[in-house]
Unconditional design. Structure first.
Length: 287
């Protein structure tokens, strides 16, 4: 390790020591500064806030070292930029516009958080679902059902076929136990909608088939490769572009309703503030 690297490491270790109560707490003046570039000051507490609690010493050193270097570099570039550009009215205007927009956004967000802290009612979401089904379509095929993956070398594949063909609701535990006894993998997705692509992760050969061809014509499907036999039984499905089932669409419905309410609220707020300004003669327009 070079002398320069050792010196930097020692400085960072010293910094970390200061951050973990080895140093003294004082006012925010030069004695609290870890680094200075011109008028810019980097305080020890600013670096402390970056290091998550429980971070190892090596990781803490790396985080602090990277941040300090980046801060110094940015500060030096900023100093050079100020010399080159001087007092730039365009930048000042942009900064002021951004500051105003930021304050307005924060103000509106505070109002929205207070006013819209609860979810829409079940009745509201049901009504929205019935009236806006064109907005609520499936982006990728979804299914309900079950699947079994059986080693092709097993001699009791007929028993698996019989179990899967004759399965009724509530039989999934029995089928799962049979699968465990026979070195098979059973997946049950009969109660919650599942993306067909997720099912295909355990049945790779399924990915090569057109979903509409499979689902439209087959409630029971058997596929085979060199190693396994895959049995899939579908109890319900929706293809891409079909209306999304209500229970799956509920989170999106709640978001859509709340977003529309917030949009309407902000529009009304802007109108009210504008009208109040006119009423109280706060506005002057010279034509």
């Amino acid at each position: 390790m070079t002398y320069g690297k050792m010196a930097l490491l020692a400085a960072v270790v010293s910094l970390l020591c200061a951050l973990t109560s080895c140093g003294k707490t004082g006012s925010k003046d030069d004695k609290d500064a870890y680094a200075k570039v011109g008028d810019e000051v980097l305080l020890r507490e600013d670096i402390k806030a970056l290091i998550p609690e429980g971070t190892s010493q090596n990781d803490s050193i790396a985080i602090a070292e990277a941040f300090v270097k980046k801060w110094i570099t940015n500060s030096l570039i900023y100093e050079e930029a100020k010399k080159e550009l001087g007092e730039n009215e365009e930048i000042n205007d942009m900064v002021e516009e951004y500051r105003k927009a930021l304050i307005i956004h924060k103000y509106e967000q505070n109002l929205l958080d207070k006013k819209f802290s609860t979810q829409p009612s079940e009745e509201e979401m049901q009504t929205f679902y019935e009236n806006n089904q064109k907005l609520l379509t499936v982006s990728n095929p979804i299914v309900k059902g079950m699947s079994m993956k059986i080693p092709a070398s097993r001699k009791n594949i007929d028993a698996a076929r019989k179990l899967m063909r004759n399965a009724k609701e509530g039989d999934e535990d029995e089928i799962d136990k049979w699968s465990l006894r026979n070195s098979s993998v059973f997946l049950y997705f009969g109660k919650e909608w599942t993306y067909l692509s997720d099912v295909a992760r355990s049945i790779p050969i399924l990915a090569g088939y057109n979903p509409s061809t499979i689902l439209d014509k087959n409630k029971y499907l058997e596929l085979r490769d060199d190693s396994f036999v895959y049995i899939v039984r579908i109890s319900d499905y929706r293809l891409k572009g079909n209306t999304e089932p209500y229970e799956m669409a509920k989170p999106r419905i709640a978001t859509l309703i709340l977003n529309q309410r917030k949009k309407d609220f902000i529009k009304q707020l802007e109108n009210d503030i504008y009208n109040e300004g006119v009423k109280n003669k706060k506005i002057t327009i010279r034509k």
